[in-house]
Design a protein. Structure first.
Length: 248
């Protein structure tokens, strides 16, 4: 029986961008559906959900945020990646709170987009291919496993565990947490965290980092109600608590 090829939905009101992304993703071996707005995409999704959705935020008829809400209402597992412009900081943060798995700021490289899609598919056991070189931060070993007290981060699979309990993190959350956990006790400012999490993106903001840290804390807190491993150092940034073992 032939292996099923994953289906990616590209939803954006820019016809040229839809075509460019569709061609690039098909060259990677994936099936692609494209839609000019959220309403048309949702009509199709009610019949068959894609395996991954790439959504613009600002679209006519139904925007990407509402489409993400509807996807999450019926599926917690379909990866959602937002495309956003540098002037949409509020919308981008709101999108992460709605449950998006990752996002890219326009303009972005096609190589970075396909790298992040491969990571998202890897986490859902779709694609075991290598991440292209410009995916992780420069000098980063994607196969590295980081152990910091009760935390284990498997870089080859983008999987996290807290005291043996699996914690589902987005690609961005994983990178930010790894940046902190590699050097317990060392304060990382927001610029350092952004550089590791978004090596190819030119426009990020402090609120994005704070939003990701909030979600990381909430997810680790779901595995351990007493989790306090990430410390806020006011005026500077964040650090992983040195010696934090998560045994309490």
């Amino acid at each position: 029986m032939a292996e099923r090829i994953p289906l990616i939905a590209v939803v954006d009101d820019e016809a040229h961008l839809r075509e460019t992304l569709s061609v690039a993703l098909r060259k990677e071996g994936w099936r692609v559906q494209s839609f000019p707005d959220g309403r048309e995409a949702w009509d199709a999704f009610t019949r068959c959900l894609p395996d991954l959705a790439v959504l613009d935020i600002l679209m006519p008829r139904m925007d990407g945020l509402e489409l993400c809400r509807r996807i999450r209402a019926v599926s917690a597992s379909v990866p959602v990646l937002f495309l956003t412009s540098k002037d949409e900081e509020f919308d981008r943060v709101l999108g992460l709170e709605l449950g998006a798995d990752d996002y890219l700021c326009k303009p972005f490289s096609l190589r970075e987009l396909t790298a992040r899609i491969r990571v998202l598919f890897r986490r859902t056991a779709w694609d075991g291919g290598e991440i292209p070189p410009d995916g992780p931060a420069a000098g980063d070993d994607p196969s590295e496993t980081v152990q910091a007290g009760g935390l284990t981060l498997d870089g080859a699979r983008f999987r996290a565990e807290w005291n043996g309990t699996a914690v589902k993190l987005t690609v961005t959350e994983f990178r930010i947490l790894r940046c902190l956990a590699r050097r317990p006790g060392v304060v990382k400012d927001r610029d350092a965290l952004l550089a590791e999490a978004f090596p190819q993106d030119a426009y990020m903001g402090d609120r994005s980092v704070d939003c990701h840290i909030k979600r990381i804390r909430r997810k680790l807190g779901g595995a351990d109600s007493g989790f306090d491993g990430i410390e806020t150092v006011y005026g500077l940034g964040y650090r992983w608590r040195d010696g934090n073992r998560g045994e309490g």
